[in-house]
Write a protein that binds this ligand. Structure first.
Ligand code: SAM
Length: 263
């Protein structure tokens, strides 16, 4: 249940160091940086200011870390309900300079993906590939803004989400007006939500909800088919492979995050 889910009170409190150890800022880099800083920026906080920042820190029961190590990069690509991690593994070499994160609610599946990535990292002779992917246990319907800042992400993948066929279960779908607003919050203008499903009615639901949302516009089919990530999404996800074996249909739709209107 959610009671055992760990999440940071704010994205600033999230400790990513264990997820992407190669991307932690090393002490030497910290030193180099502080030497570059102009003097007036390195004035230490006075006692009262320091006290204020400490007081401002909201610490939840499931707090992960209050002062996490600094990272050279932040997560830019999220795979919502990543399952067994096929998409992450296939996208790792496609986007070597970006950090990709799979979010998965099932504990054992999350652990499987973490083991899978650890093994791939260990097997890689140069030790660089697969350092940019990781998997975290989370309920994305609840805590997305705890992990990601406003406009942090450039891509969100929603691949073969659970269909929840019955009308009374529709509220469990991971596409809805409310959740689309959360995706719009963490996705930067110009960023893209990628969706794929083998259930036509769910595809229509997804398209209907993104079309109705003021922050998104559907990507044209031409642009969609030219996007390398779409090929990966169709062919490399575990569900995509299963649908292929059963010769089922795969319905794809991409939505671009629009700029917010001027006030
Ligand atoms: N995306 C993968 C693929 O295409 O192979 C897995 C698809 S599987 C049908 C849906 C996955 O979403 C499951 O692994 C499920 O545990 C996960 N899931 C469902 N609701 C979730 C939630 N609220 N937060 C995170 N993961 C969720």
């Amino acid at each position: 249940s959610d009671h055992s889910l760990a999440y940071p009170s704010t994205p600033d409190n999230m400790d990513w160091s264990g997820y992407y150890p190669e991307f932690v800022v090393r002490p030497q880099e910290e030193e180099d940086e502080s030497q570059d800083e102009p003097e007036n920026e390195s004035v230490p906080l006075d006692k009262t200011a320091q006290q204020d920042t400490e007081d401002a820190e909201v610490i939840t029961k499931n707090e992960i870390a209050v002062n996490p190590p600094r990272m050279r990069k932040q997560v830019e690509v999220a795979d919502i309900g990543c399952g067994f991690g096929g998409l992450l593994v296939a996208l790792a070499p496609v986007m070597p300079d970006k950090l990709l994160l799979g979010l998965e609610i099932r504990t054992q599946v999350t652990e499987y993906v973490q083991d899978r990535i650890r093994a791939l990292r260990a097997k890689d002779p140069k030790g660089n590939t697969y350092q940019n992917i990781s998997c975290l246990r989370a309920n994305t319907m609840k805590f997305l803004p705890n992990f990601f800042r406003k406009w942090q992400l450039s891509k969100i993948f929603i691949c073969f989400p659970d269909p929840h066929f019955k009308a009374r279960k529709h509220k469990a779908r991971i596409v809805s007006m409310t959740l689309n607003s959360e995706y719009a919050y963490v996705l930067r203008p110009g960023g893209v939500v990628y969706t794929i499903t083998d259930v036509e009615a769910l595809h229509e639901w997804i398209v209907g909800h993104f079309d109705a949302h003021p922050s998104f516009v559907r990507v044209t089919e031409e642009e969609q088919e030219a996007d390398e990530c779409v090929k990966v999404m169709r062919n490399e996800t575990e569900e995509g492979k299963k649908v292929e074996r059963h010769r089922g249909n795969k319905y794809v739709a991409l939505f671009q995050r629009l700029k917010d209107p001027e006030w």
